[in-house]
Design a protein around this ligand. Structure first.
Ligand SMILES: Nc1ncnc2c1ncn2[C@@H]1O[C@H](COP(=O)(O)OP(=O)(O)O)[C@@H](O)[C@H]1O
Ligand SMILES: [Mg+2]
Length: 238
């Protein structure tokens, strides 16, 4: 297999004297969906924040396409192609849907193809086109999640990071969003999906890691982990 697009090695992150991530290794391969699943408090968000440069690492290294992200400020990490969908869909509620999407393109060097990318986002999420001139704050929870994903896509990522996009959404909405993530991936984008919704995440993932109290305890293909007895007992209620 070719070199990983993103390689995390020996990552440790602490909040004061509490170690939240205790030395983890992850590999994300180009063109794949990789998922990191685990319970509330396991260290998933902390891992994403460390990759995005939004939190200080105690130790470890993050290599993206051979470049060391550890030495870059967060905006450089975004412009190098690693874009995180804001947790809790932190969209700007007093701006319109279209204005939110345009803000996503802010860190880009090339703005030439922005109109085409906006069309692409509208094709993935037609409801955003219908509501383009409405206030983002008037969207439903599911639509706000679509907007948060659309805004991240406007930044032209090479790697899309998502922190629990299923949170607080009805199962049918989650299925629609995950189907769209699959489509985005099939169009060529590499995805790192962090989830507590273990079943849905494993279903769409090529490769998966399970994190428990800051340690990676299992890894394998999504399909392998779906039938793994330990995963089934701990996360799938069977
Ligand atoms: N800002 C913070 N200050 C102190 N402890 C934190 C902070 N954020 C998270 N933690 C702790 O770090 C651990 C991992 O949290 P987090 O990465 O948010 O887990 P997850 O995203 O898997 O739910 C938890 O024990 C949590 O309580
Ligand atoms: Mg979290």
């Amino acid at each position: 297999m070719s070199a990983p697009l993103l390689q995390v090695s020996g990552l440790k992150v602490a909040y004061g004297h509490i170690e939240a991530v205790k030395g983890i290794d992850l590999e994300l391969h180009e063109g794949q969906i990789t998922t990191l699943v685990g319970a509330n408090g396991a260290g998933k968000s902390t891992t994403l924040l460390a990759i995005s440069g939004l939190i200080k690492k105690a130790s470890g290294r993050v290599l993206f396409d051979g470049k060391d992200l550890s030495k870059m400020p967060p905006h450089k990490i975004v412009s190098s192609g690693v874009v995180q969908v804001a947790e809790g869909r932190a969209i700007l509620t007093t701006l319109t849907v279209k204005e939110n999407l345009e803000l996503g393109a802010y860190c880009r060097h090339d703005r030439d193809n922005q109109a085409r990318d906006l069309d692409y986002v509208y094709s993935l999420f037609p409801v955003l086109k219908d509501r383009a001139n409405g206030l983002a704050g008037n969207l439903s929870g599911g639509e706000q999640q679509m907007l948060a994903i659309g805004r991240a896509l406007m930044a032209k990522p090479r790697l899309l990071l998502l922190d629990e996009p299923s949170m607080g959404l009805a199962p049918i909405i989650v299925q629609g969003i995950f189907r769209t993530l699959r489509n985005i991936n099939q169009a060529g984008l590499t995805i790192f999906l962090v989830e507590q919704n273990v079943r849905q995440a494993l279903k769409i993932a090529d490769r998966a890691y399970v994190i428990e109290t800051g340690h990676i305890v299992l890894s394998g293909s999504g399909r392998e982990l779906l039938v793994n007895p330990r995963v089934q007992e701990a996360y799938l209620g069977s």
